[in-house]
Design a protein around this ligand. Structure first.
Ligand code: ADP
Ligand code: MG
Length: 282
């Protein structure tokens, strides 16, 4: 099966900063591919490179079997790569349906008018399809919760024919219940045949919906793993950078031996904990 999108040895430098180094990644239709990593790992840089915000410094991006080079997010969007950013591009004072069609307003009739009834009906219907019940599509987006806004953005991407849906930390600012709602729509998008790239530093959210997992650490990939071939603890350990935790544990251990005070004993406890975590999933 040909991947929807493939990154081949993609690197991205910002001057002396190496944000990504030799990243290989394949995204297939009908899967949720989680991109995991701690803050600063390069997750946002990777998806910006994939969605036309940045050009890769090295390597190729292959879309449906053809090498592509996007010069803008609009170009990527036109090919079917839609990105929902954490800081959503929505206008809070404008209605849900206005936001739904933002930048893609349909104009009807010889006068090319914007038809508020038409857009309200489409928005309501599309949201209903993915399970969101909006009574009034004319209500301002600002009255929706963070999770509902993410959901509107997902429904919009699906409606406009996205093949690849990229979600950058859609759940990280949300409470537990709201996150669960967004996770449900992530799965909905997948069952409708999209390839979903779900970026998060929350392993629990990833594990709940992910089929495949790619772990970034300081711009490098630890590889891609199918759910059956990995474990939540392993992913956590990779995200944290296994060796670094080991080194820290040794260091804390040394300090605690020199220092017989209670603070020293506490550090010793932390060190033991880290040893256990490192050992259990190596
Ligand atoms: N436009 C930029 N210019 C310079 N450095 C950047 C830029 N964007 C990201 N970086 C650097 O690249 C690294 C990865 O950042 P980012 O992709 O935002 O990580 P993440 O999304 O995983 O938290 C960080 O060290 C960050 O400072
Ligand atoms: Mg980020």
């Amino acid at each position: 099966m040909t991947p929807l999108v493939e990154l081949r040895k993609v690197s991205k430098y910002f001057g002396p900063v190496v944000s990504l180094k030799d990243i290989d990644m394949k995204i297939y239709a009908g899967e949720v591919h989680c991109l995991l990593g701690d803050n600063g790992a390069g997750k946002s840089t990777l998806i910006k490179t994939l969605s036309g915000v940045h050009k890769p410094s090295e390597g190729q991006i292959v879309f449906e079997g053809q090498e592509v080079s996007f010069s803008s997010p609009r170009e990527a969007l036109n090919r079917g790569i839609a990105t929902v950013y954490q800081d959503l591009a929505m206008l809070p004072l404008m209605s849900i349906s206005r936001n739904f069609f933002l930048g893609r307003e349909p104009r009807v009739g010889p006068l090319r008018l914007y038809d508020g009834n038409y857009t309200a009906n489409v928005a309501r219907e599309e949201l209903r399809k993915i399970g969101i019940d909006i009574r009034d599509p004319d209500q301002p987006v600002g009255t929706l919760s963070g999770g509902e806004r993410q959901s509107v953005a997902i429904a919009r991407a699906v409606y406009f024919g996205a093949k690849v849906l990229i979600l950058d930390e859609p759940t990280s600012a949300l409470g537990v219940k709201e996150a669960a709602v967004v996770l449900k729509y992530v799965v909905q998008a997948k069952t409708r045949g999209l390839g979903v790239i779900f970026i998060t530093h929350n392993v629990h959210h990833a594990w709940a919906v992910g089929d495949t997992f790619t772990v970034l650490n300081r711009g490098k990939s630890y590889g891609t793993f199918a759910k059956a071939d990995t474990a939540r603890e392993k992913l956590l350990q990779m995200m944290a950078g296994g060796e670094e935790l080991e080194a820290l544990a040794v260091e804390l251990d040394l300090i605690s031996k020199k220092d017989p005070t209670s603070a020293g004993r506490m550090e010793h406890g932390v060190a033991e904990e880290l040893h256990r975590e490192g050992g259990s999933s190596a």
